[in-house]
Design a protein around this ligand. Structure first.
Ligand SMILES: Cc1ncc(COP(=O)(O)O)c(C=O)c1O
Length: 393
């Protein structure tokens, strides 16, 4: 079997035509011929299966070391298909720091279908154990949370889950299989918004799911085909292409992030930097044990009195936009953008104040990124020099 980086470039060959194409073609056919009315055909209808999608699904299953992969039209569609494994009356423990769209799906959709949810701090194992009830079926979390970048131990949580016969479901969007393979650490199902690192170019919206168990795979396939939120062949091809360069992109995301963390820590305008790679924290300890790198997202807070809105609007190279995991650097103000749906009270409880920024570090030359951040910080401190001095005393 090939090494991980080779597997990124070479998925399983489809061997279903004789053209010798290096890449799996985009099969733009919604229907396939039956040689005879009673023939058992491999492909019959687009939603039920497509060779381009099949290639991507095998590719992601192989990277996550699972038995079966699935491609969906968005990360949310992938999460929907997984949560649709459960039935009314089932209870699921979820991390209190999951993506806002997942909260919306849970609170405003699945609760209507009588699924019960309890939010817990997944770094607090006692709290997780205490939340388990007779009808609990699963524990759901993101290894690295958004936007505070808290790290949850897949090993510990899946150990608790196994003890109580629960499924462990991990959203691995922030890390990608290059930095963590949750199924190897004990999880049962892994989900990605493939819109992010897997695709890597902010040009496709997609989701993937990989499972460890054949029977669960059959149920997810049923949901995928029955609900119908499959990824189009064109988009499957874009995700496939993105995956081929995952290793080289991630290496640059990692090295750029490290330099940016060091730079931000050196600046008087910055009161705190959040990154799993900063030693001395619980996040660092878990990340060092279970991750192959600390990721490409860096969050930070400007000192009180400095205008975070003026800062992001003054950046030239780094784009002001939500989303993450692409080749270009993106910055956002969570309280106004990605987490605007939360009330101020909920935002503050989640650690998101008006000084808090999330930076998705791209693969540009790090000197240009640092120069851009530096001129933005110089600008906001020139607007209010007192704040920098006062707050640093
Ligand atoms: C951690 C995480 N999971 C899931 C999603 C949803 O993915 P999508 O936007 O592809 O539907 C996002 C989107 O930002 C995310 O950050």
């Amino acid at each position: 079997m090939s090494e991980f980086d080779t597997k990124l470039v070479h998925g399983k060959s489809q061997n279903d035509n004789n053209t010798g194409a290096v890449n799996v073609p985009i099969y733009n056919s919604t229907t396939y011929i039956y040689p005879k009315a009673d023939s058992k055909v491999r492909w019959d209808y687009e939603r039920s299966g497509n060779p381009t999608r099949n290639y991507l699904e095998d590719q992601i299953a192989s990277l996550e070391n699972g038995v079966r992969g699935f491609a969906f039209s968005s990360g949310m569609a992938a999460i929907h298909a997984v949560l649709a494994l459960f039935k009314p009356g089932d209870h699921i423990i979820i991390s209190s720091t999951i993506y806002g769209g997942t909260f919306r799906l849970v609170n405003e959709f699945f609760k209507r279908w009588h699924l019960e949810f309890t939010k817990v701090d997944t770094q607090n194992y006692q709290e997780v154990e205490d939340a388990i009830k007779p009808n609990t079926k699963a524990i759901y979390f993101e290894t690295v949370s958004n936007p505070l970048l808290k790290v949850t131990s897949v090993k510990h949580i899946s150990k608790i889950a196994r003890k109580h016969n629960l499924l462990t479901i991990v959203d691995n969007t922030f890390l990608s299989p290059y930095l963590q393979r949750p199924l190897d650490l004990g999880a049962d199902i892994v989900i990605h918004s493939a819109t992010k690192y897997l695709s890597g170019h902010s040009d496709v919206c997609a989701g993937v799911v990989v499972c460890k168990n054949k029977q669960i795979g059959e149920q997810i396939y049923f949901n995928q085909n029955a609900i119908g939120s499959t990824l189009s062949p064109e988009d499957c091809s874009l995700v496939r292409r993105g995956i081929q360069t995952l290793a080289v992109r991630m290496d640059r995301h990692l090295s750029n992030s490290k330099l940016i963390v060091e730079f931000l820590q050196s600046r008087d305008e910055v009161s705190r930097v959040y990154y799993p790679g900063i030693p001395g924290t619980r996040n660092f300890k878990i990340a060092s044990e279970e991750l192959d790198g600390f990721g490409g997202i860096v969050s930070f807070e400007l000192k009180r009195g400095l205008d975070a809105k003026a800062f992001v609007e003054h950046l030239n190279l780094i784009q002001l936009a939500v989303s993450l995991g692409a080749v270009e650097s993106l910055i956002e103000l969570p309280y106004k953008m990605s987490h605007a749906e939360l009330s101020t009270k909920e935002q503050l409880a989640a650690g998101i104040n008006h000084q808090f920024l999330r930076l998705s570090v791209g693969i540009e030359d790090p000197r240009d990124l640092i120069n851009d951040l530096a001129q933005g910080l110089d600008y906001v401190s020139s607007l209010n020099p007192e704040s920098v001095v006062k707050a640093s005393r």
